[in-house]
Structures are given as C-alpha cells and as structure tokens.
Design a protein around this ligand. Structure first.
Ligand code: ACM
Length: 265
C-alpha cells in the first residue's frame, strides 16, 4: 500500500482556490491514501465566528463532492481537514472518502486554544474505516497530546492513523506521533501545513515537517519546514497488526486495566 501527504500553505478564506490547488495535485499523484492538513480549504486563523460560519461547508458539499470524484477516479482514499457546517453548528472536522466514494466524518475531540470560541467539540467518537482491507483512523492536530485518543483507535484495529494538522507549537508532534506509533505499533501520517497567517493583530506560523512514521517509530519520510509538496512511501500494513514487543510481551494484552487510574481523584 502506498500512503502519502500533501503539505502546503492554504490561503485564508479562499475555499475555492485552495480546493482547485488540492484537486490539481491529487489528480497527478499516485497513492492508495493521501492525507491533507487540518482546515485545508478555509485556513485556520479566524478572528470572528461569522468567518467560520461563512467558510464552513456541510457534507455533502463542494469540497466533499470534488474529493469524492477524485477518490473514485484515482482509486485512492483521501483524508482532509475542513471546517464543517452541520445545521447551525460548526466543527473542526476531517473526513475520509474511500475509493468507492463512501464518506466518514471525524470531529476534533480536543479543541486547541481559540478553536474553543469557534467550534463545537467532537461528538462522533473515533471512527475507523476499512480501505483496501486496511483499517484507518483519524485524529486532528492537538489530539496528538492525548495518548488515549490514539489508543482508542488502535484498540479498534486502526493500522494507520491519519493526522491532519496546523501545528503552531514547533517540535512537539514530530516526537509525540512517533511515540504513539511505537506505543500502539501503528503507521502515522502527520500532514501539517506551512506558511504564516497574520490577521486581526494575531500571527501564527505553521511549522511544516510533516512525516510518516512506522510501527517502530522510525520516520519513513519527512517534508521540510517551509516547502510545499507531495510525499509518499510504500508500507506493509500487516506489520501494524502485530502488537508484540517480545514473544512474551504484547502492548495490548499486557495492559493492566485493573491498576490504571485514568481519572483525577
Ligand atoms: C492545533 O490543534 N491546530 C494546534
């Protein structure tokens, strides 16, 4: 299976232009799964709720229709972050569209900073989707700080975790996602964006360095900090089914559910 990501710098507020750019790239690339960044069409740095409402799209909508057509035509799965409008609510969401055109939505469970002003917290759990016989889950950016999220996907059998991101705290996710790969023995596609957004007296620089790590936590491919581009690698998803660290130690079977305390006293 060939999996990849497209690291680029979306232009704030330009859903249509960003979608055209992504569509042109996807039509040219060759992979079974491609992951795009968080909020890949709207941009990230909102300064008022009306902007979020104007730039969010329902499913089905123009973004999902376009990516669905490409997924079917290219026989590939696509995962993207997008601003979702559901009724009068907005979510920082992603969706996975399969090569058959079926769409599954994930809504970011751990909202970061001012996202809490603009989006509802996720209410769809952590779905896992099968593509070409391989189980795939999604997380969005800040979710990487919460090991329980990746674990929840891995326990449902996810072999690949797709992670659309707009990372603004440099140098962390490249480490945590490798760690999540190791502790769950999964492949991890960290699809970050590049560029800077400066709006309403605020400024965010997005740190690039998107990467794919394997179930041993090795980096298989990594983009630069500033570059835009499509990167892909061949993987063996069967490796992510083996949760053994030694013949006597299993990451799942050796858990001590009787001793853990996962809530504050
Ligand atoms: C983030 O969750 N976009 C930092």
């Amino acid at each position: 299976m060939k999996i990849g990501f497209y690291q680029f710098s979306p232009i704030f507020g330009e859903n249509k232009k960003n979608l055209e750019k992504v569509a042109n790239l996807l039509l040219k690339c060759d992979a079974d799964l491609v992951v795009l960044p968080e909020l890949a069409f709207s941009g990230y740095l909102f300064i008022e709720k009306n902007e979020v409402l104007n730039l969010s799209q329902p499913i089905p909508g123009n973004i999902s229709d376009t990516l669905k057509e490409i997924a079917i035509k290219k026989d590939m799965a696509i995962v993207t972050g997008f601003a979702e409008l559901a009724g009068d609510k907005t979510y920082n969401s992603s969706f996975l569209v399969t090569p058959q055109g079926d769409i599954t939505i994930y809504r970011k469970n751990h909202l970061f900073h001012e996202e809490k002003l603009y989006f509802e917290p996720g209410d769809l759990g952590f779905p896992v989707v099968t593509v070409k016989g391989v189980k795939i889950g999604m997380l969005i950016c800040f979710d990487h700080f919460f090991p329980e999220a990746a674990r929840t996907l891995a326990l449902q059998g996810a072999q690949i975790i797709c992670h659309p991101s707009n990372l603004v705290i440099p140098g962390k996710a490249q480490i945590t996602t490798r760690t999540r790969s190791i502790e769950n023995r999964v492949y991890w596609v960290l699809a970050n964006r590049t560029g800077t957004e400066e709006r309403g007296g605020k400024k965010f620089t997005y740190s690039g360095l998107s990467q794919i790590s394997d179930p041993d936590g090795r980096i298989m491919v990594q983009a630069g900090e500033f570059e835009e581009g499509f990167f892909a690698v061949e993987i063996n998803p069967e490796l992510a089914k083996n949760k053994s660290i030694t013949p006597l130690c299993s990451l799942f079977e050796d858990r001590r559910l009787d001793t853990y305390q996962l809530d504050k006293k």
